[in-house]
Design a protein around this ligand. Structure first.
Ligand SMILES: Nc1ncnc2c1ncn2[C@@H]1O[C@H](COP(=O)(O)OP(=O)(O)O)[C@@H](O)[C@H]1O
Ligand SMILES: Cc1ncc(COP(=O)(O)OP(=O)(O)O)c(N)n1
Length: 271
C-alpha cells in the first residue's frame, strides 16, 4: 500500500522548515509527499530575508492538480500568508471532502519575521479551523487563536478545549516556547481527555523548523491510518531525534536532522 500526504505551505530556501521539512519528513516515514506552494521565502539560519507570495490562482491550481488525479490520505497546512490563500485552501479541502486536515498555524518565524498577515488570523478561525482534524499551535499561536494568555498547564488545557469548541477535532499545544527549562511537553486534547507528551528539553539553538517537522510527522502517521495518540507519540520521538542529532549548518538557528529518527530506529533494530 502506498500512502500519500500533501503539504500546502511555503518554501524555505534554507531547507530546514516549510515545504522542504515536510517532504523530507514524509519520505523518512515512508509516505509519498506532494506539495502546493503558497509562498517562496528567501531564508537561511539567520532569518527570513524576503517573502514572495504565490497568487490565489497558483495555489488553487496546484491543489486541483493533485485533487483531480492523485488524491491524498492526509494533508497539512503550514505558512498560508494571507486571508485569500486561506479561503482558497478551505474551499478546496471542502470540495474534495478531505477529512484528515492537519493545521500547523504558522504565524511568526523564530527570527521574528511574519509568515501570516495579522488580519488573516480571523480567516483561519472562520474558514479553515472548522474543517480541521487536528491543529498544532505553539504557545504564541494558541494565544492568538483563542485569546487566552498561557502561562501555566491549566491555561494550555483551557486553550486546547477552546480550539476544540471552535471546530477542530483534536488540538495539540506544543511546548517548545514554554518556560520549562527541563522538559519540552506537548499537550493533546482529544475532546474528552488530555495527554502530555514530554521529552528532555535539549539545550541547542538548532531548532529551526521544529514545528513544521513535528506536524509533518503527525500527518504522515495519520495518512497511514494511525490513531491521533499514536501519531503524536511517534511525531514527538521523530522531532526529539531530529533535534538531538542536529546538523550544525549555518551561523544562526540551524535545521534539525530529518534522517536521525530513521538511523536511531535502524540502530535499535540491529541491537
Ligand atoms: N529544545 C527542545 N528540546 C526538545 N524538544 C523541543 C525543543 N524545542 C522544541 N521542541 C519540540 O519541537 C516541537 C515543536 O515545538 P515548538 O518549538 O513549540 O513549535 P514551533 O517550531 O512551531 O514554534 C514540539 O514537539 C516541541 O516539544
Ligand atoms: C516557509 C516557512 N514555513 C514555516 C516556517 C516556520 O517554521 P517552524 O517550524 O515554526 O520553525 P521556526 O521558524 O520557528 O524555526 C518557516 N520558518 N518558513
Amino acid at each position: 500500500m502506498i500512502y500519500k500526504a500533501l503539504t500546502i505551505a511555503g518554501s524555505d530556501s534554507g531547507g530546514g522548515a516549510g515545504i522542504q521539512a515536510d517532504i523530507k519528513t514524509f519520505q523518512e516515514l515512508d509516505v509519498f509527499g506532494m506539495s502546493a506552494l503558497t509562498a517562496v521565502t528567501a531564508q537561511n539560519t539567520k532569518g527570513v530575508q524576503n517573502v514572495f507570495p504565490m497568487t490565489v490562482q497558483a495555489v488553487k491550481e496546484q491543489i486541483s492538480s493533485i485533487g483531480d488525479d492523485m488524491g491524498t490520505d492526509a494533508l497539512k497546512t503550514g505558512m498560508l500568508f494571507n486571508a485569500d490563500i486561506i479561503k482558497t485552501v478551505a474551499e478546496a479541502v471542502h470540495n474534495y471532502g478531505w477529512e484528515k486536515l492537519i493545521i500547523d498555524p504558522v504565524m511568526i518565524a523564530k527570527g521574528g519575521a511574519p509568515l501570516l498577515q495579522n488580519e488573516a488570523v480571523s480567516a483561519m478561525i472562520q474558514y479553515l479551523l472548522p474543517l480541521s482534524y487536528v491543529i498544532t499551535p505553539n504557545i504564541p499561536e494558541a494565544e492568538a487563536l483563542t485569546g487566552i494568555s498561557i502561562s501555566s498547564e491549566e491555561d494550555k488545557r483551557k486553550a486546547a478545549e477552546k480550539l476544540v469548541k471552535m471546530g477542530t477535532t483534536f488540538a495539540v499545544i506544543k511546548g517548545g516556547h514554554d518556560q520549562d527549562t527541563f522538559e519540552a511537553s506537548d499537550l493533546l486534547f482529544d475532546g474528552e481527555s488530555f495527554t502530555v507528551y514530554s521529552s528532555e528539553r535539549l539545550p541547542t539553538a538548532n531548532t529551526h523548523g521544529t514545528g513544521c517537522t513535528f506536524s509533518a510527522a503527525m500527518t504522515a502517521q495519520l495518512a497511514k491510518g494511525h490513531s491521533i495518540h499514536e501519531a503524536v507519540s511517534e511525531a514527538k520521538k521523530f522531532i526529539q531525534a531530529a533535534i538531538e542529532d542536529d546538523l550544525k549548518i549555518g551561523s544562526g538557528h540551524g535545521p534539525t536532522n530529518h534522517w536521525a529518527y530513521r538511523r536511531k530506529r535502524g540502530m535499535s533494530l540491529e541491537n
